[in-house]
Design a protein around this ligand. Structure first.
Ligand SMILES: C[S@@+](CC[C@H](N)C(=O)[O-])C[C@H]1O[C@@H](n2cnc3c(N)ncnc32)[C@H](O)[C@@H]1O
Length: 205
């Protein structure tokens, strides 16, 4: 099994208990760089994987494949952790790595443990409070939208369809005993919980 472990923004006190426990239990820990390595060090031996900073697609692909095969070697029969800065599902090395592992080693189970991302860490450090809609961008086209307080899931999905969104996930009471995750559009309820989020995605070209 492979677990992407969010290590938070860099302060060791901002790592979650679950992240620390997973690092301690892991048979091997991989990291993409020095900052993640320093955070992991108290809980296990970090192995730094090299991800070269180049635009050469062939060099990049061969490094990605080499790293994916190396991680898969351990994740096939044991617990391999991949620790990274912030959250593993937001603009993360882990997204690319897990995509290649899924293609080359389809049997390996992959999970993630959320970490405090730079987005919420930034708000805390700078006293910026956000309570209306906002956009996060790395300069690429906007393909995703997240709707908080999704009390009317069916209606929200219908409206977003008209804007070109095609894939939807509703998460209610996430990480609680009554968690509910709905992925089929036809199963979207008319009325949802206050603790609900919808993720909408456009098809990419
Ligand atoms: C590859 S992304 C990683 C994002 C990370 N997975 C997250 O959830 O925050 C790297 C970018 O995240 C932002 N970032 C990450 N940690 C940061 C920090 N401690 N302070 C400021 N920006 C940070 C910067 O914009 C940086 O270029």
């Amino acid at each position: 099994m492979l677990v992407g472990v969010g290590l938070g923004p860099g302060d060791p006190d901002l790592m979650t208990i679950k992240a620390v426990e997973t690092l301690k239990r892991a048979d091997i820990i991989f990291v993409p760089g020095r900052l993640a390595s320093d955070l992991v060090e108290p809980y296990g031996t970090p192995h730094i994987l090299e991800f070269p900073m180049t635009r050469d697609k062939d060099i990049l692909q061969s490094h990605w494949e080499h790293n994916a095969d190396k991680v898969a070697e351990y994740a096939r029969d044991g617990l391999a952790a991949f620790g990274l800065i912030g959250d593993p599902n937001f603009f993360s090395t882990f997204t690319h790595l897990s995509r290649i592992i899924k293609l080359r080693h389809p049997g390996i189970l992959i999970e993630t443990i959320p970490g405090i991302s730079s987005i919420t860490a930034f708000a805390s450090r700078t006293n910026i409070s956000i309570d209306t809609s906002f956009e996060v961008s790395d300069g690429s086209p906007v393909n995703d939208r997240i709707i908080l307080k999704a009390r009317k899931p069916k209606k929200i999905v219908e409206t977003l369809r008209l804007e070109g969104f095609s894939d939807f996930i509703l998460g209610q009471r996430l990480f609680s005993d009554t968690e509910e995750i709905i992925t089929k559009t036809e199963d979207m309820p008319g009325t949802g919980d206050y603790f609900s989020i919808i993720h909408a995605r456009k098809q990419r070209d």
